[in-house]
Design a protein around this ligand. Structure first.
Ligand code: ZN
Length: 109
């Protein structure tokens, strides 16, 4: 068991991915997002739902990578999906599961 709070662990995971993806978010927020798992603004602020910390690590990675990739690619184009598949190979399956198990979406604001 780590002594870190779940929010801090989640934030660490985000920062590790940001380093790996060579993106530099203006700010990373963990907040109470009732309808979304994560969001990314055009000025580079990424926000993740605090409840994401309670989900499987594979699912966390899917949401984190999705939002961080928006710092590079604004839209869900070919290159966006190619990067998703390279980094989180089973992201399509994770996306499908999340749609079945929750009303939340991955959003953009
Ligand atoms: Zn997106």
């Amino acid at each position: 068991m780590s002594s870190l709070y779940p929010d801090q662990q989640l934030k660490r995971r985000v920062m590790a991915w940001a380093l790996r993806l060579k993106v530099n978010p203006q700010r990373v927020n963990i907040a109470d997002l009732p309808t979304k798992w994560g969001s990314c603004t055009s000025d580079g602020v990424v926000t993740f739902a605090d409840e994401l910390a309670e989900t499987d690590e594979a699912f966390q990675d899917y949401v984190i990578v999705h939002e961080l990739l928006h710092l590079r690619y604004r839209t869900h184009g070919k290159r966006f999906h190619a990067m998703m598949s390279a980094l989180v190979p089973d992201w399509r399956e994770l996306a499908r599961q999340s749609r079945h198990s929750t009303e939340r979406s991955i959003g953009h604001g």
